[in-house]
Design a protein around this ligand. Sequence first.
Ligand code: 5GP
Ligand code: MG
Length: 176
Amino acid sequence: MSAQHDVKILFSEAEIAARVEDMAETLKHAGLQNLLVVAVLKGSFMFAADLLRSMHRKGMQPQVEFVHLSSYLEGTVSKGHITILKDIESDVSGRDVLLVDDILESGRTLAFAKDLLTARGAKRVMIGVMLEKPNKRAVQVQADLVGFQSPDVFVVGYGMDVAHNYRQLPFIGIIE
Ligand code: 5GP
Ligand code: MG
């Protein structure tokens, strides 16, 4: 079954929903205070929306902000360099922060974001990702919450794109 003819389902809507609920349950018991959730645009938007609604159902009251980061691809002048396209507006000093992203791959994006928020005085910076790709880490960074271990393939859907396509898919899939 595929809701978009050329995409094979890797993780279904139901599987994702169950994992998101588990992750929210873990967060509920993580002792987070004055929590600010920072979603890393664009790929995390669907995961962040689901996770936040699940957190709400469990009685949590996080604030929410967005950061848009861009990484230059290999082969360009600034290899592995990250730039801030859109910053958060809140002061994070003394606060617990949950960074939410779609995929942890090289780790450059999330290491940059975590270092940035830590340098700004965040008390604790947790990382939650929908997918983690194994054996891909270029820098030292660990996710506190992982939805699924992803096979080493290019995935789309559930917020993740190829050239702005497929983000709307409610499941995570592989282009056939
Ligand atoms: P890194 O951890 O390498 O700094 O960055 C991971 C980012 O690369 C993800 O947030 C995502 O934007 C992108 N990415 C990595 N693997 C995939 C993939 O399989 N599919 C899509 N659509 N994006 C990916
Ligand atoms: Mg990304």
